[in-house]
Each structure stands twice: as structure tokens, then as C-alpha cells.
Design a binder for this molecule. Structure first.
Ligand code: AMP
Ligand code: MG
Length: 408
């Protein structure tokens, strides 16, 4: 019996390990998982800080109603030279420190110079603490602001800068190599000759993993030849954390990839999964390298749609784990069929489909006209794949099904 998708997924995830930790600049850490707790080296803000341009005052004195004496001026980047005297208001710009003794800021728009070096306020009562950010209100020195396991986003880059971090420990980004194989393949810039087809897989597979991985330069098309395969696969196994070999894993005369891989010490884990498209999928684990990591090796069936489905079901969940994320199942959503569908065939099938969410939050899925695993065109119009169990069945509109979304 063929391996189920769930079991194949389990066997992949079981062999995926978070990659070693590296130190990078915060701006290079976006999308990656933090490997340390980050604490602040200072209080934030580091001083009582004005949130508006205006006057630093004692709230009670303003509320007494008498005009105040205009005191010293504090620009951003400067510090007050003395505490606020009684009956005085200091001129303070946004971001500058309030003088000692001041407990509030009144916006310049609510102040009026009344001559004689005095200022009156007509914005109503002033609350202590108004328009002032107290020292340490955001964050205290020593307080942890980002925890290990956080996936760094753009805002985190700002936080890291404000707590003085110019380097940060993250899980190393997985390196993915895509190797297209097949005697019939030509580069996309060429017009295929008799019996040839364009290599549509390489760029697409790399693009499918790029949000989770570094893909490096494009690797050349490799012919169905044991020596050529050996040379290129050996090289790729040195660098890649995940190796995606496209083509050459089915039952054809020139399907030489599994043997080439095992000859290079890649330990086979499974070959063939009970799924359409993608049945010939091969998976194994390469030898340990100096840093003790072992590459995960996927032999993807050459048909383009098989490659897409295999990456969504198996490769991307594995990359999540390599990136330091928690193991999770395939990214399957619950959905309803928008129209009747007749499924034919013994294998569980991922059928290209459009999806639309209704106002009530239900995901309605409409299967597209699709010619099978070579037909990428239908997938280009799809939002993902409607999943049907193996076996002939007629599904009515409204039937509950599962949906595999194409993201990126
Ligand atoms: P294979 O897995 O090598 O048996 O290939 C299965 C089918 O996918 C064949 O029709 C191949 O021509 C096609 N194919 C293989 N590699 C590619 C590729 N890189 N781009 C597009 N089609 C491919
Ligand atoms: Mg082939």
C-alpha cells in the first residue's frame, strides 16, 4: 500500500531539525526566528520626554489660572540646565527632556504669550502627566522585549535598534538548491526543438520557497546521465540544507535520480505517496556535514503541478522547522464545494480550484477544468487545490472538503 500524505508528512517533519544559530544584523533578520531573549540596555525613554512642542509646566500652577514666566528653551537633543522654578514654564520641543519639577506639557497651540515674558494657557485644565512620556514607561533596562522563538518583523528591527542591538542571534536561513533534470529540457529563453520542453520548474520551485529560504544562484539543467547527476548532486549536497531535484524519480528507463542519490550516501526514507499529483515523490536524508546538519533531499516528480503540490505539502512545512518554527501539519483549510464535483480515480487528489470567502467566513471552493499534472495553466488561475479522498464519488454543492492554498 502506498504511503498516505499524512504519514509521508510525518516522516519528513520527523527528520527536520532547526538549523544552527548565526549572528546577523537586525535588518537581515527579518522573517527569521530569534534564537535568544533580547533585553534592553537602557530605560526607554531614557528621560521624561515631551510628546508635543510647547511648555513644560506644573499642572497645578496652570490650573491656578495665572500666567507663567517663560523659562529656558530645551530643543531636541539638548538637556535642561536647571529645574523648573516656581511659576515658570520651560519651552520644550517634542522629544526633548522635561526639566526636573515639570509634570506636564501644554501644546504650543494652547498657549498665548501675554507680554512681560509671560505665557497664558487657554486649553482648559491640565492633567499631571499630560503629553509627557515618563522615563522607562515603554521599557525598563534589563527587561526582555523580544523572546527567543519570535519571528522577526519590520517593527522588531526598530525595537532592536532602540535597545542598542546591532547584531542578533537567529536561526540560520535554510539554503535550498533546485536542480532540474531531464534530457528533454531547454532553458526558458529557447524555443523547444522536437521532443523538447522548457524548464518551467526550476524558477517556480525556487520562488515557492524563497520566503523561507536562501536559494542562491540558479543551477544548470542536468541531463539524465549517471555521471552528470553524480557530479552535480555531490556539489549540491555540500551546500544545501534542502535539495529539490526535479524529474527523474518515476519508473521510466532514464529515471536515475534515486540511485544517484543513494550512491552518494543519501539515506532513502520513502518513495511514492498516495496522492495525485505527486505520486512518485522520493525523500531521503543526506550525510551529516561538519556543522552536523543533514540535508533533506526531495526527488520531485517532473510534472510541474506535482512539484507545486509536493512543495506545499512537504517542503515548506519542513522549511518551517529548519527555520526554528514548531512542527505543524500540512497547511490545509476547511472549505465547502461551491458546485457539484465528480471525482474519479483511486488516489487522493489535489485539484486546482478558485476559493472565495463568504461574508460569514466560509471558504467556498470551485474546482477548475484541469488536464492533470502537466497542466500548469489551470493552476495559474487557481488559489489552491481542492482535496478529494481517493475513490470515485459525486460531491454535491455544499459538501465539506479540504483546501490547500497556494501562498506566494
Ligand atoms: P519525470 O519526473 O522526469 O518522469 O518527468 C515527468 C514529466 O515532467 C515529463 O513530461 C517531463 O518532461 C516533465 N518535466 C520534467 N522536468 C521538467 C521541468 N523542469 N519543467 C517542466 N517539465 C518538466
Ligand atoms: Mg525525466
Amino acid at each position: 500500500m502506498l504511503l498516505s500524505v499524512a504519514e509521508a508528512h510525518r516522516r519528513v517533519i520527523e527528520r527536520a531539525r532547526a538549523l544552527p544559530v548565526v549572528e546577523v544584523r537586525p535588518e537581515d533578520a527579518v522573517g527569521r526566528v530569534l534564537a535568544e531573549d533580547v533585553a534592553s540596555d537602557i530605560d526607554l525613554p531614557p528621560f521624561d520626554k515631551a510628546l508635543v512642542d510647547g511648555y513644560a509646566v506644573r499642572a497645578a500652577e496652570v490650573n491656578d489660572g495665572r500666567p507663567l514666566i517663560v523659562g529656558e528653551e530645551v530643543l531636541a537633543g539638548r538637556t535642561p540646565t536647571r529645574p523648573l522654578a516656581e511659576g515658570e514654564a520651560a519651552v520644550v520641543m517634542t522629544g526633548a527632556p522635561l526639566p526636573e519639577g515639570a509634570d506636564a506639557m501644554v501644546m504650543v497651540e494652547q498657549a498665548r504669550e501675554v507680554g512681560d515674558g509671560r505665557v497664558a494657557f487657554d486649553g482648559g485644565p491640565v492633567r499631571p502627566g499630560q503629553n509627557r512620556l515618563t522615563k522607562g514607561r515603554e521599557l525598563r533596562a534589563g527587561e526582555v522585549v523580544l523572546r527567543a522563538g519570535t519571528r522577526i518583523n519590520a517593527v522588531h528591527v526598530g525595537v532592536l535598534a532602540s535597545v542598542g542591538r546591532v547584531r542578533v542571534e537567529v536561526v540560520r536561513r535554510p539554503r535550498v538548491v533546485v536542480i532540474p533534470t531531464g534530457d528533454e529540457l531547454v532553458d526558458p529563453g529557447q524555443v523547444p526543438g522536437p521532443g523538447q520542453i522548457r524548464n518551467s520548474n526550476a524558477g517556480m520551485l525556487a520562488a515557492l520557497v524563497r520566503s523561507d529560504a536562501a536559494t542562491g544562484p540558479t543551477w544548470p539543467i542536468t541531463p539524465d546521465d549517471p555521471e552528470a547527476l553524480r557530479t552535480i548532486l555531490a556539489k549540491a549536497l555540500n551546500w544545501a540544507d534542502v535539495l529539490l531535484v526535479s524529474g527523474g524519480v518515476s519508473a521510466g528507463k532514464r529515471d536515475l535520480v534515486p540511485e544517484a542519490l543513494t550512491n552518494l550516501g543519501v539515506e532513502p526514507v520513502f518513495h511514492k505517496v498516495d496522492v495525485r499529483p505527486g505520486k512518485p515523490l522520493w525523500f531521503g536524508v543526506g550525510k551529516a556535514r561538519a556543522d552536523r546538519t543533514r540535508p533533506l533531499v526531495f526527488g520531485l516528480p517532473g510534472n510541474p503541478v506535482s512539484g507545486v503540490v509536493s512543495v506545499l505539502l512537504f517542503v515548506r512545512p519542513a522549511l518551517d522547522v529548519l527555520n526554528g518554527g514548531r512542527p505543524a501539519g500540512p497547511p490545509i483549510e476547511r472549505a465547502m464545494l461551491a458546485e457539484p464535483f465528480a471525482h474519479r480515480g483511486p488516489r487522493p487528489t489535489f485539484h486546482p480550484a478558485r476559493a472565495q470567502r463568504s461574508a460569514e467566513g466560509r471558504l467556498w471552493v470551485r474546482p477548475l477544468d484541469w488536464a492533470g499534472s502537466p497542466d500548469l495553466r489551470a493552476v495559474a488561475e487557481a488559489d489552491g487545490f481542492a482535496a478529494f479522498p481517493g475513490g470515485d464519488a459525486d460531491y454535491p454543492a455544499g459538501a465539506a472538503i479540504e483546501f490547500l492554498r497556494i501562498s506566494v
